[in-house]
Design a protein around this ligand. Structure first.
Ligand SMILES: Cc1ncc(COP(=O)(O)O)c(C=O)c1O
Length: 369
């Protein structure tokens, strides 16, 4: 009856990791549910962020600061850039949408990897772009040469997550910077650095694209989020860093009051809590080693990861579905990978030590069922 736009009909609605409350309803389960499905920070938020939220919760009758004045300035100082180079939104997902909203006319081309964050194709269909979808290379990496070869006069933007979700793979300094240099000026390269802090710890040759932006690559736009290492996924704060002219365009198309007041305050407090970040990174490093070893011990070959999650082949689509389904019945939520084009794989987020142990024990048990 309703006349939806044609390209919107192609959208596969985003399917998040199953929420704990939903599984509790479905299973009527006694014990603790372990959710290792959405790459959240298992340590919980920074105590400073919690204090800020408690202190200011009585002000939520007021609209938030539309300019995110204090948070923008703090981020500008943190990154050594002008405040005019920053735009905030409701998670980096929000910024992923802003850039498409600003740049893409129907029929313009957009390039991204076939096995990557699910928001990119949703953007292509929402804004009626012609998608150029590039398969991974054999070592689970995003195919940078394939992306370059797909660029045409009509290409408006490239979405490149580094490291990539759901593979956890990354491109190091030489490959990334060489790639950035070869992207022509008429294309905006959106470099999604959601997992940067973990990558900085786990991968010695990992670098941010920020230095290239500062050095004058004006077509580079960098995405960051407070959802992962900063542990604020529930408050939805993310941002982009780019050329002031591009950022001014993004401010035109963003909604007013697009970052909640509690989100702004919690993000500011989290940014200052460097101890919490250090604890998060250390917990992740240990948990990653624990999961890698445990998975190998069970006969799996995990893909080397520079993030806070790990992908492993389960043998076949059926086996991956069986194992993740059986884990779910035991109250362990992992992420099936069908929507990501990797249906024979499972992705598990690095949890706390006891959560990783429990996951490995349950996995061993369901393998024998
Ligand atoms: C590569 C990548 N980019 C962006 C996001 C979005 O995070 P948020 O919207 O919570 O900032 C995610 C979340 O999983 C991600 O994996």
């Amino acid at each position: 009856m309703f006349r939806f736009r044609e390209t919107v009909k192609r959208i596969n609605p985003y399917k998040p990791g199953k929420p704990i409350s939903e599984l509790k309803r479905e299973l009527d389960i006694e014990g603790e549910i372990i959710k290792l499905a959405s790459n959240e920070n298992p340590l919980g938020p920074s105590p400073r962020a919690m204090r800020a939220v408690r202190l200011h919760v009585g002000e939520i009758n007021l609209y938030p600061d539309n300019a995110c004045y204090h948070l923008t300035r703090a981020l500008a100082e943190h990154h050594g850039v002008d405040p005019e180079m920053l735009v905030l939104d409701r998670g980096s997902t929000g910024v992923i949408e802003l850039i498409a909203k600003l740049l893409v006319d129907p029929g313009d081309e957009m390039i991204y990897s076939a096995q990557s964050f699910l928001m990119y194709p949703i953007m292509a269909y929402t804004y009626a772009a012609e998608e150029r979808v590039i398969p991974l290379t054999a070592d689970y990496k995003i195919d940078l040469e394939g992306i370059l070869a797909a660029i045409s006069e009509k290409t408006k933007l490239i979405y490149l997550p580094n490291p990539n979700n759901p593979t956890g793979t990354y491109h190091g300094k030489a490959a990334l910077e060489g790639f950035i240099d070869r992207v022509p000026d008429h294309v905006v390269l959106v470099l999604d650095e959601a997992y940067i802090t973990y990558a900085g710890e786990l991968a010695p040759d990992f670098v941010s694209g920020l230095e290239k932006l500062k050095a004058g690559r004006r077509n580079l736009f960098i995405l960051r989020t407070f959802s992962k290492d900063y542990a604020l996924a529930g408050l939805r704060v993310g941002y982009g860093i780019g050329d002031p002219e591009l950022v001014a365009g993004l401010h035109r198309v963003r909604n007013p009051f697009n970052v909640t007041s509690l989100g702004q305050l919690a993000a500011l407090a989290s940014l200052e809590d460097t101890d919490h970040i250090a604890r998060s990174v250390e917990s992740n490093r240990a948990g990653m080693a624990q999961l890698e070893k445990g998975l190998r011990g069970l006969g799996f070959e995990p893909v080397p990861s520079a993030t806070n999650f790990i992908l492993f082949p389960a043998g076949s689509d059926e086996r991956a579905a069986e194992l993740s389904g059986a884990l779910l019945k035991r109250g362990v939520i992992v992420r099936p990978m069908t929507a990501f084009g990797l249906g024979d794989h499972i992705r598990v987020t690095v949890g706390l030590e006891w959560q990783n142990d429990a996951f490995l024990e349950h996995l061993a048990a369901v393998m024998g069922e």
